[in-house]
Design a protein around this ligand. Structure first.
Ligand code: AMP
Ligand code: MG
Length: 466
């Protein structure tokens, strides 16, 4: 019995939400998701057209082109024979149906309603049209799928009525959608610019920047008053949760990358002049001496106590911004923000779906293309960020902790990961290892300009840009 029920209820999914929205908005419009409240008269009109009560709150997707609404999409669920089916209905700004598609159909009977010759009958219909299925009623049904065809017609009537009565009859609600611009703020934090674009409360964006500043007060290796500077002076301290997390996370990535990522590179970073911008090529014995103070095991955390071995210092440069982005994103999420992009230039954290530019490692201002992120992060490590030339050789700021020298032969690495901490640490480590990381989508660009994408990267990457 259970097996039979499962079989009957197994159903089919034809389109994900993303695919369905792409059908309605194929031209790269900005798509905003909104919950609208239908007032009482509107609700009554929609209910009349639909043939049943409707909920006062409705989710609608609107496509925006040049700040103007170009169309609407509704994702609506109706019962077919006895189980639910979900449809997407696309309607343009003139109130005409542009798209009807079945996203999922739980009943195993009636799935033929998705046939193109049936759904295409809705094209161009408006709220003024009679939208009924049956002999002499205008719309021909698919035999064997009668109930499902009726369900689609109900969904279309409901969507058309909402568009007509809530939006087209009331230009102010259209304008409300059009004026729904994201908040965008750019601030100088952690020694560089950070831009946050968020659909939501400006206060939440402020709080996110505040969080980044707060973490900078812990992790800065330029600020004498930071907790990290205190650790460098006192060598052994009871650390805050944030400093502890930095040490623990860093050690985790050192292990994962066999020491390619190593926050204890600080003495080498200073030796080559990358910390103060006073670049020079040190002598071999200087490098050997600095290397003695470097190694992931030279910083330890036990309980809350963090201890540095003699001469060791920590450089947060390869992971700090990623950590800060994750913290700031958590603040936005907590404030209810469903869509935001936090951009540090070298790392981006996406809340919701975003298309993010990938920098050209040979020209910082140019882009190679873009990758799609959904609740993920992208980090790019490049020698173009900080480098100097001496005797015909270019020395970049990413150091190989095994040799004590700047990595040669790589122009840039981009890595996508679930968190910005991970993408930041792993892009730096991949730059050192010159081997694509396991389990993450990544691109390595060699010094000769050869692009080596992973399989997953290829799928999410779109070439071109400026
Ligand atoms: P990123 O731009 O995230 O790749 O970080 C590069 C920065 O991290 C450099 O400017 C240094 O401050 C620091 N760094 C350099 N080499 C390493 C390394 N092998 N492991 C960890 N941090 C490094
Ligand atoms: Mg990094």
């Amino acid at each position: 019995m259970t097996i039979l029920l499962l079989l009957l209820a197994s159903g089919e999914t034809y389109l994900t939400r993303e695919q369905a929205l792409k059908l309605v908005f194929p031209n790269g419009e900005t798509v905003v998701e909104r919950v609208v409240d239908l007032d009482e008269p509107t609700r009554a009109r929609v209910a009349e057209r639909y043939g049943a009560q409707v909920s006062p709150r409705q989710t609608v997707w609107a496509g925006l082109r040049d700040g103007k609404v170009s169309g609407f999409a509704f994702i609506l669920t109706e019962t077919t024979k006895s189980l639910p089916a979900t449809f997407i209905v696309g309607i343009n700004r003139r109130g005409e149906v542009t798209e009807v598609a079945v996203m999922s159909h739980e009943d195993h009977i009636g799935t033929d309603c998705r046939r193109e010759d049936f759904v295409s009958q809705f094209d161009g219909k408006t709220n003024a049209d009679r939208i009924r299925v049956g002999a002499g009623k205008g719309l021909l049904h698919v035999s064997g799928a009668t109930l499902s065809c009726h369900s689609i017609a109900r969904a279309v009537r409901k969507a058309l009525a909402i568009v007509q009565h809530h939006f087209l009859d009331r230009p102010e609600s259209l304008r409300a959608l059009e004026q729904d611009e994201p908040v965008r703020q750019k601030r100088y934090v952690m020694g560089t610019f950070c831009t946050i674009t968020a659909y939501g409360d400006p206060q939440a964006v402020e709080a996110a920047f505040e969080e980044i500043r707060r973490l900078d007060k812990v992790l800065s290796n330029y600020d004498e008053k930071s907790e990290l500077s205190r650790l460098h002076r006192e060598r052994s301290i009871e650390a805050s949760a944030d400093l502890l997390a930095f040490v623990v996370e860093s050690r985790k990535y050192s292990e994962r990358t066999r020491g390619a990522f190593d926050v204890t590179v600080a003495p080498l970073v200073s030796l080559w002049g990358f910390k103060e911008g006073k670049f020079r090529v040190p002598a071999d014995d200087e490098i050997a001496a600095a290397l003695k103070r470097v190694g992931p095991g030279r910083v330890t955390a036990e309980g809350k106590r963090v201890v540095l071995a003699e001469g060791t210092e920590l450089d947060p440069g390869a992971i700090g911004k990623g950590m800060a982005l994750d913290r700031a994103a958590a603040i936005l999420r907590k404030a209810g923000v469903k869509r935001a992009l936090l951009d540090f230039g070298s790392s981006q954290a996406a809340i919701g779906s975003w298309e993010v530019a990938v920098r050209d490692p040979f020209e910082g201002g140019k882009v190679l293309g873009s990758v799609s992120l959904r609740d993920e992060s992208l980090s790019t490590s490049g020698s173009y960020e900080k480098f100097f030339k001496a005797n015909g050789t270019t020395y970049g700021h990413i150091l190989d902790p095994r040799t004590g020298r700047p990595v040669q032969g790589v122009a840039g690495v981009s890595v996508v990961a679930p968190t910005a901490t991970e993408s930041d640490a792993m892009s730096t480590a991949t730059f050192v290892r010159q081997e694509l990381p396991e389990g993450l989508d990544a691109l390595l660009v060699t010094g000769a300009g050869e692009q080596r994408p992973s399989e997953g990267w290829r799928k999410r990457f779109k070439k071109g840009g400026n």
